[in-house]
Design a protein around this ligand. Sequence first.
Ligand SMILES: Cc1ncc(COP(=O)(O)O)c(C=O)c1O
Length: 485
Amino acid sequence: MPKRVTPPEITLGERPSNVTLTRWLHQQLRQSILDGRLKSGTRLPASRDFANHYKLSRGTVVAVFEELQAEGYLSSTVGAGTWVNELPENPQRARKSSPPVRILPPPLTGLTFPHPARPFRCHEPAVTDFPMDIWARLASRRLRAASAAMLAERDPRGHLPLREALADYLGVSRGVNCAADQIVIVSGVQQALDLLARVLLKPGDRVWMEDPGYFGAVIAFRNARANIIPVPVDERGISVTIGRQRACRAKGAYITPAHQFPLGVLMPLERRLEILAWARETGAFLIEDDYDSEYRFEGRPAPVLQSLDKNESVLLIGSFNKLLFPALRLGYIVVPSRLVDTVLAFRFGIDQNSVGLEQAVLSDFITEGHMGRHIRRMRELYAGRLTALKEESRRYLGGLIEIPHIPAGLSTVGFLRNGMSSREAEIAAAGRGIETMALDRFTLERKDVQGLLLGFAAFDESRIRRGIASLAMALEQRRAGAPAA
Ligand SMILES: Cc1ncc(COP(=O)(O)O)c(C=O)c1O
């Protein structure tokens, strides 16, 4: 039985005057176990310590421990102490266990994320293919050799060797033009967005938002009480012409030029120059979210917009959470030199700096070549999975859903062709055990895009095949004349 640590204190209720000490202690411990407050595997304090702490006689404590042992709640062995047993599920405990939902922001209401993920969950990398053995080796080497300097480090920009490794990596792989001192390590794109929204926008300031677009940015701008201006995305990305018509003097814009989220389009050079010209003329900022550009399966990834910026308009943000594994929570902001001090001062007031050990391990992972190898392996794996998804869709989803040719990312949009709305299709798919996200979760004003976002990266080809068959059955409902779910 795996042991949990001894709790420093067990909260015991008041003893009614008509109940004996032994009865009272027995009831209190038994109820704590049944409620799940004392979990299976928890080691109880030694009877002598327990008695001293609660001002009881040792004999009372030993008698109660023995009684609970006889009833099957506790076990004990010489040397290992006394611990709480695994209990068969009982209704009282079952009621208290939490359902598989997280606290979700409004755009994700109604979705659950149980584990393991089911096809076609979005944003899920192939975590089981992550080289955890290498990561564990690097982490244990770092821990064994942890210097006092590393333990005391608190630079709000982040671990310097990681920023240096990242400046090189981003320069070579994404064309980013920056010094290590312009990089701020954060917990991911969401923290970057939260920080930048609060630094760059005052309540009521207008900001362009891609429509459809990433709900994480909408949340950050809403939290900063900015005035979000929806700007439609066409086959070249955000429409600068419409943005200018709607709010030429907006303070800034959020964009995903390498792989628009969620439609997947790549912003071509002329549109990039157009949005940079707008930023130059008006002094607007551009937040460029480069969230998954490493995964482009045909041709070379286009360099970042930041590499064309001559006016320090672009703040580039990116993340390792999908590239490596979601629980990592590490990402970065490349800040124009003129804004570094302001961003750092603000960041210090939020959480000072990111967790040090993971940053050191990540910097070794990059400099020792593991990152490059991992990305190459995953690119091949994901490309194969996307091909399987498209082939199966052509075979079984014709007339129901159409997947555009966008050879990139961890997920793809599928445009509905069966007359269902995005939300109807999401609900129908869920009824067949398929996880998708309706496109209307990402729209602000748009009503003309009806589709589903389908994640493919975390599922092998046989799961993709079975998933498509179930999705076809769900979407056939409408074609067969069945009422919408
Ligand atoms: C557009 C976009 N940006 C960023 C992220 C990643 O954000 P984070 O680093 O906070 O996990 C995602 C996916 O989760 C995304 O779709």
